[in-house]
Design a protein around this ligand. Sequence first.
Ligand SMILES: *[C@@H]1O[C@H](CO)[C@@H](O)[C@H](O)[C@H]1NC(C)=O
Ligand SMILES: *[C@@H]1O[C@H](CO)[C@@H](O)[C@H](O)[C@H]1NC(C)=O
Ligand SMILES: *[C@@H]1O[C@H](CO)[C@@H](O)[C@H](O)[C@H]1NC(C)=O
Ligand SMILES: *[C@@H]1O[C@H](CO)[C@@H](O)[C@H](O)[C@H]1NC(C)=O
Ligand SMILES: *[C@@H]1O[C@H](CO)[C@@H](O)[C@H](O)[C@H]1NC(C)=O
Ligand SMILES: *[C@@H]1O[C@H](CO)[C@@H](O)[C@H](O)[C@H]1NC(C)=O
Ligand SMILES: *[C@@H]1O[C@H](CO)[C@@H](O)[C@H](O)[C@H]1NC(C)=O
Length: 520
Amino acid sequence: MTWSTLLLLAGVGQTVLAAQDTFQSQCQNFPSKIHLRDVTVNFAQYIPAGTNLSLADAPPSCGEAYQAVSADVCRVAMAVATSNSSEITLEAWFPRDYNGRFLSTGNGGLSGCIQYYDIAYTSGMGFATVGANNGHNGTSGEPFFHHPEVIEDFAYRSVHTGVVVGKELTKLFYAQGFNKSYYLGCSTGGRQGFKSIQQFPEDFDGVVAGAPAFSFIGLLSWSARFYTITGNANSSTFLTSAQWTAVHNEILRQCDDLDGAKDGILEDPDLCHPIIETLICQPGSNHTTCLTGQQAETVRQVLSPLYDENGQLLYPRMQPGAEESDASIFYAGTDFPYSTDWFRYVVYNDTTWDPATFSVKDAAAALAQNPFNIQTWDGDLSRFRATGGKVLTYHGLEDQLISSENSKRYYGHVASTMNLAPSQLDEFYRFFTISGMSHCSGGSGAHLIGNQQDNEADTDPQDNVLTALVRWVEEGIAPETIRGTSATSPKYYRRHCRYPKRNAYVGPGPYTDETAWRCV
Ligand SMILES: *[C@@H]1O[C@H](CO)[C@@H](O)[C@H](O)[C@H]1NC(C)=O
Ligand SMILES: *[C@@H]1O[C@H](CO)[C@@H](O)[C@H](O)[C@H]1NC(C)=O
Ligand SMILES: *[C@@H]1O[C@H](CO)[C@@H](O)[C@H](O)[C@H]1NC(C)=O
Ligand SMILES: *[C@@H]1O[C@H](CO)[C@@H](O)[C@H](O)[C@H]1NC(C)=O
Ligand SMILES: *[C@@H]1O[C@H](CO)[C@@H](O)[C@H](O)[C@H]1NC(C)=O
Ligand SMILES: *[C@@H]1O[C@H](CO)[C@@H](O)[C@H](O)[C@H]1NC(C)=O
Ligand SMILES: *[C@@H]1O[C@H](CO)[C@@H](O)[C@H](O)[C@H]1NC(C)=O
């Protein structure tokens, strides 16, 4: 190595060091530049790539003690007052390697938890990212008790406030500001995405809203009902997990090849209407797995929609296929905590309300309240459409917590409210059904679609819902399919169809061959 090369290297090193210093000092000095109404900065902290960040302040119930950080970021933590008796905790992460785009993350369940894994994911991709705690701390619904301002934060105000403040901060932090604004969320985060396009159509140019918890009160009532159907583990109506596995296998036996391939994955549960009475015990049956007539009736009920007293649909059926995971959730013979919390702390202000007594009368009482329109069921998206906004939504067809049939119902609701056919909806609203995907991540099929870091195969727009959305918004190239990657070894791919099309196996290759499938 020559002296001149060494000198050159030293020079480059100094430039890099100087750049780091500028970014770091800009980060450290940033709080002194923030003078926004209702905003109190707690701290700003430079985090170098590769840090395993300790989250000592995160509420224990959120289960987030550490977060791996993959890019150099400036982390800013704040409190933002939303009323004189409520506030959100908000974080903004500004990456050094900035892509010129703003993004807000969302929340899950009834929480109460900043989703650091989402913030780390999208700031690692270059987005200036915000995430808030939804107006309270932790996973319980207890903070709603006698506190409507906290419910209002949860219903819509936390995300919207975070966006308003986050956009101001992004313009303050980067001299060039930002060009486009995005949202990424799943579950309650999916509901928040739809709430945003229904109520604040200017907030985002593009929204990824997965497995949305919309028709929120219908969802909580439907979730409350399972316990009253199964009873507790000693009830004659209860099924053991071995029996649920047998039910699942029977559903696959009756329905798996409706899509043309016997691969353990249902491509369209809509086509599946299983007859579970085939499992009723008869001489020679295996008594670990066969069912009584009463248990067969339990299965029939959990796979039926929830109607109100007048026969109006409150929430569609659980789609068949999720029996094995639900054996330890909805079918476990216990109440569902989010539903119980909602009825105790919001609907009745009664901390002793007994979830075993749930009936459709309770569903009606909850629906009559619908605080701050938390239902999130407006079918008119014309204001969002007029801004040129795009929404990409997806739903796992093995979702064990939020029935994918409800996303199909909303699609129909928007189509009929706006008087638009699917080809017209395609201009701004595309819905992908993801076979073999559980609730927001995991599942038995090709479920890696980039909606979360732990559900990501790569960032190619054909494989990643977020980069697919960015390309749609910025280049006008809309995704026709979303190509999922399996988490198996060897991996395989499947192109998931845009609703109302569904996947059909046409061969001639094996089911793991993506070209052996067609959207029909
Ligand atoms: C971060 O540190 C914690 C505690 O030492 C550890 O359990 C966790 O695995 C680490 N995570 C990463 C990604 O290194
Ligand atoms: C607190 O109350 C005052 C007086 O009513 C009002 O001006 C202010 O906007 C309120 N603050 C928030 C954050 O709502
Ligand atoms: C916004 O877009 C313009 C035009 O493409 C580009 O010059 C500018 O750098 C972009 N700004 C940011 C913040 O990326
Ligand atoms: C939530 O926790 C943060 C961090 O400990 C705290 O600053 C904030 O005041 C808490 N928010 C509420 C509403 O209790
Ligand atoms: C529950 O308490 C809140 C706040 O105190 C009140 O606004 C609401 O009307 C109460 N609901 C019922 C059903 O009593
Ligand atoms: C079922 O019955 C047993 C014996 O009576 C009792 O110990 C157990 O607590 C009961 N389990 C449930 C879930 O009620
Ligand atoms: C009955 O089914 C259980 C669960 O599948 C299985 O473990 C057991 O071996 C079966 N018993 C007989 C006699 O086949």
